[in-house]
Ligand binder design. Sequence first.
Ligand code: 6CS
Ligand code: FE
Length: 301
Amino acid sequence: MTMQTDPYYSRAERKPRIIDRQDPVIYSELGHRGYGPLSVAQLASYETQGFLFCEQVFAQEEVHYFREELTRLRTAATVQRCPEVVLEPAGNEIRSVFAVHQTNPVFRRLSRDKRLVTIASQLLGSPVYIHQSRINYKPGFSGKEFYWHSDFETWHMEDGMPRMRAVSCSIALSENNEFNGPLLLIPGSHKSYVLCVGKTPDNHYLSSLRKQEYGVPDSQSLTYLVERGGIAAPKGAAGSVVFFECNMMHGSNSNITPWPRHNVFIVYNSVANALVEPFCGLTPRPEFIAGRNFTPIEPES
Ligand code: 6CS
Ligand code: FE
C-alpha cells in the first residue's frame, strides 16, 4: 500500500485535512442482536455516537480485587523500572503501565472476561485478539492530561493497523466524576478522520506515551468536530465500562483533585484486521504497545 492508495495515510501533507471514515462502524448486522449481548438500541447508539457507557458491569467485590492488584503493581513499578512503565511528563509519578494482560494474571483474566470479549466480537463482527492494554493511573493532584487524539491514527501509522475495526474498553477502577479527569469523547467524531501534519519521529513512543506531539489534530479540525457533536464525559462508579470506537476523538484533562482516576484500558482488534507493517514506514513499535499475537481470545465466564 502506498501513500496514494492508503485512505488513512496521515502525517504526510503540509496542511491538516478531515476526510470521511471509509469503514463500517459495526461489522455485524445491526438487527442481529443474536451475535452478542448488546441490544439493537445499544448497537444503534454505538453506531451513531461512537461509544457506549455501561454502568455496573463489574461488582464492587471485583473492583476491590482489581484495585488491590493495581496498587500492588504501582508499588512494584515504582521500585522496578521497565519499558512497560511510563512516567508522567514531569516528575516520577507513574502515568501508565502497559501490557498488563500479558504480565499480570489478574488483568490477564480481566482481559478475557466474556462481559468484554463478547461485546467486542459483536461490534467487530469476528473473533478478537488484544492489540494493547494499559492501566492509566491519573493520580490525584499530579495525573496529567492526555491531549485530544484518535487512537486509530496512531495505530494505523505507527503499528500498521489496516482498517478501523478495533474497540477500546475503559474500565473504571475508581469513580470517574466531572472533576478528576474523566475520559472526554466527541460524539460522532469516529465518522471523520483527521489527517494530521508532522512526520513521525523514530521511536516516537518514548515521548508520545508521556505527552503526544505527533498525530495530534489541529484546533480547527477539533473545533469543527466539537461544534458538530459536542463533548461527552461519561461519569460513573468504579466497575462501569466505556466502549469506544478506535477512531473516536478523545482525551482527558489533568487531575487536580484528591481523587485518583484509575482506569484499565483493553483494546480488542478483529482477527480480520491484524497488524501489517507500520504505514509510517518505520520499525514496528514494541509488542508491549502493539501486540502481534493474533490468536483469537476465548471469552471466559
Ligand atoms: O500510542 C498509543 O497506542 C497510546 N497513546 C494514546 C494517547 N492513546 C492510546 C494508547 O494508549
Ligand atoms: Fe488514546
